[in-house]
Design a protein around this ligand. Structure first.
Ligand SMILES: *[C@@H]1O[C@H](CO)[C@@H](O)[C@H](O)[C@H]1NC(C)=O
Ligand SMILES: *[C@@H]1O[C@H](CO)[C@@H](O)[C@H](O)[C@H]1NC(C)=O
Ligand SMILES: *[C@@H]1O[C@H](CO)[C@@H](O)[C@H](O)[C@H]1NC(C)=O
Ligand SMILES: *[C@@H]1O[C@H](CO)[C@@H](O)[C@H](O)[C@H]1NC(C)=O
Ligand SMILES: *[C@@H]1O[C@H](CO)[C@@H](O)[C@H](O)[C@H]1NC(C)=O
Ligand SMILES: *[C@@H]1O[C@H](CO)[C@@H](O)[C@H](O)[C@H]1NC(C)=O
Length: 306
């Protein structure tokens, strides 16, 4: 009886703990790619110094208020080029906080890499020893699809999504050299579709349009029959959901009062919902295993130590 109670308590606390850890990790998810084939640098090299300088320059910048940073530090062959981009609807404060986190995180997850890229929900940061300004870069690609299928008329839905993203692509491409970003929503049957597209604004109109067109073509690879999805490139990205996940901005009228906002049923949330129970159960099983093993092994160890 006492044993049963004991392990129940263990179950309970470990599952709460695991859920907490999984949730906080997922909330600050930093998608990233360290392009290993571009080589390594050593911390005290010229490249390492230049990289630290460019990252601290971005994270401490209090002048830029339009969310786009492009900087080069140093001379060839140790030059570091960096681009940082905040989501077009992120406030200045959120943007700066996001980039402060990203500049720290990228060194942590890609130590000593000459090229790397990482994304939080609200910002993207990349650097390279190559020149990256004004160039469309679609590698690496990150796809994310909701686990939930679209349940109504699928051919209508796909068409509505294509139309929406196509028009957003045109709007974003027309943006200026500080901002190429667009959001809008539409309806298919009874289903709302909210979408967002963005290019790094160092791309010209044609390149932004090409990049987004490329991303739109990739939707069947991840999520054309899903209620939400994302295609993420270093140079541009798109995202759609069935709930409003972006702030109303100048180019998208505020939601009409007759359409109340629903919960946050976005892809990130969906991923958390799937991952938390699985991880909890896995860790729980491991805990129990070791707990039982420990109890059995204790006497043995004592004998050995005599
Ligand atoms: C970047 O670094 C890689 C690996 O060290 C090297 O092969 C490449 O030539 C460098 N590129 C430039 C533009 O310096
Ligand atoms: C660069 O560093 C990574 C991680 O430390 C390592 O896996 C990789 O083999 C290194 N590459 C080279 C070319 O040294
Ligand atoms: C940055 O990190 C801090 C501490 O981990 C966190 O509280 C904050 O929400 C993060 N900011 C953004 C924009 O992600
Ligand atoms: C979603 O659709 C795919 C393919 O049409 C199917 O294999 C999958 O089981 C569906 N998932 C759910 C949750 O209905
Ligand atoms: C879906 O919509 C298309 C075009 O509006 C229509 O032709 C088709 O019959 C619809 N299918 C279903 C299952 O409602
Ligand atoms: C950075 O971007 C701004 C605005 O797009 C542009 O005027 C400037 O020339 C760019 N700097 C570099 C180094 O490309």
């Amino acid at each position: 009886m006492a044993k049963g109670a004991h392990s129940s308590v263990l179950f309970f606390f470990s599952s709460i703990l695991v859920s907490f850890i999984a949730l906080s990790v997922a909330q600050q998810d930093f998608l990233h790619n360290c392009q290993n084939n571009n080589g390594n640098y050593t911390s005290n090299s010229a490249f390492g110094t230049n990289l630290n300088n460019v990252l601290s320059s971005i994270s401490s910048n209090t002048v830029i208020d339009y969310g786009f940073y492009n900087e080069s530090v140093g001379q060839e062959p140790d030059m570091v080029n960096a681009i940082a981009l905040c989501r077009g609807d992120a406030s200045v404060d959120v943007c700066r906080s996001c980039l402060q986190n990203a500049t720290r995180k990228i060194l942590e997850v890609c130590p000593n890499q000459k090229e790397a890229v990482g994304w939080y929900d609200n910002c993207m940061l990349r650097y390279s020893n190559k020149s990256i300004f004004g160039v469309v870069d679609t590698q690496p690609t990150i796809y994310m699809g909701s686990t939930q299928n679209f349940s109504e008329n699928l051919s209508d839905y796909k068409q509505a999504l294509q139309d929406l993203l196509g028009s957003l692509k045109d709007t974003a491409a027309l943006g200026d050299s500080l901002r190429k970003f667009a959001t809008r929503d539409t309806t298919s049957g009874f289903q709302k579709i909210y979408a967002l597209v963005q290019c790094t604004p160092d791309l010209d109109k044609l390149k932004c349009s090409d990049c987004l067109e490329n991303a739109i073509r990739k939707i069947p690879d991840c999520c054309s029959d899903k209620i939400g999805g994302r295609v993420i490139y270093p140079s541009c990205n798109l995202r759609f959901e069935n709930t409003r996940f972006f702030s109303p901005t100048a180019d998208s009228p505020p939601p009409s009062p007759s359409r109340p906002l629903k919960g946050n049923d976005n892809t990130a949330r969906t991923v958390i919902i799937i991952i938390v129970p699985i991880v909890s159960v896995m860790i729980l099983v491991i805990c129990i295993f070791f707990f039982l093993r420990m109890r059995k092994q204790k006497p043995k160890e004592m004998i050995e130590s005599k």
